[in-house]
Structures are given as C-alpha cells and as structure tokens.
Design a protein around this ligand. Structure first.
Ligand SMILES: [Zn+2]
Length: 130
C-alpha cells in the first residue's frame, strides 16, 4: 500500500496524509501502520487521514550549499506545526537570508518537482505572526 504523502487541492492548501491512532488519538507524520509511537497499538488501529497543509513555523534555516547533486541552493527549510497538531519539515519560499520566525503562519502547496529529488511540498508565508 503506497499512498502519496501530499496531495494537491482544487483550491486552498495542499492536503498532507498523516496517521491517526484509533486507540489513543495520537497523530503523526508520516503515516505508517507499524505502530503508534505513543501507545504501541498497531495494524487496523492506525489510519491515514488528510489534513490541510496549514500551520505556523517552529524553526527555519537558510541552506547555502547542499551535498546532493541536483539540489540547488540557496533555499530555506522550516519545521512547521500544522493546525492539525503534527510537525512536518519542508521547503519554504522565503529569502534564505531572513529565516521565518517562530509563529509565522504558512500554507503549503504541491509544486511540480520534475525529476529532482526535492519533495513536492512548499510552504509560503501567508501573514505575519499574531
Ligand atoms: Zn496510540
């Protein structure tokens, strides 16, 4: 069973496939049926659900050189706490000289990654920190 981690939406933010434990309610990313990291339940108790790629920045950093071929720098990477309560790490369209600050609201879209090894999810800043 292979499901994409991210799906484009007709409008609004992309949808991210996270996991939800039916035994304790814990949510996690990426989805996997092997077992809940909190309570240990596994198998059919673990369900994939789609949630909006919308949240706020926990941390961000500018990357100026990447070791892997085919990945052009500079770019910015951010840890984002989704409104659904799960943390994801993805690229963010922002100036690498000015990393996004804690609490900056962001929204994710699916971009065409082509043949590069870069993940198809990109976050953009959608406002200022509340
Ligand atoms: Zn659990």
């Amino acid at each position: 069973m292979s499901m994409p981690l991210v799906e484009a939406a007709a409008s609004g933010p992309a949808q991210i496939r996270i996991g939800r434990c039916g035994a304790c309610g814990h949510r996690y990313f990426p989805f996997q049926p092997l077992g809940c990291e909190r309570c240990g339940a596994h198998g059919a108790t673990q369900s994939p659900i789609l949630v909006p790629a919308r949240g706020s920045v926990l941390a961000a950093v500018g990357v100026w050189k990447h070791r892997s071929p085919g990945i052009e720098a500079p770019f910015q990477v951010a840890d984002v706490l989704l409104d659904a309560g799960v943390k994801v790490r993805a690229l963010i369209d922002a100036d690498p000289c000015r990393p996004a600050t804690l609490g900056t609201p962001v929204s994710g879209i699916v971009v065409q990654a082509g043949d590069t090894p870069v993940a198809p999810l990109r976050f953009t800043v959608v406002g200022e920190r509340a």
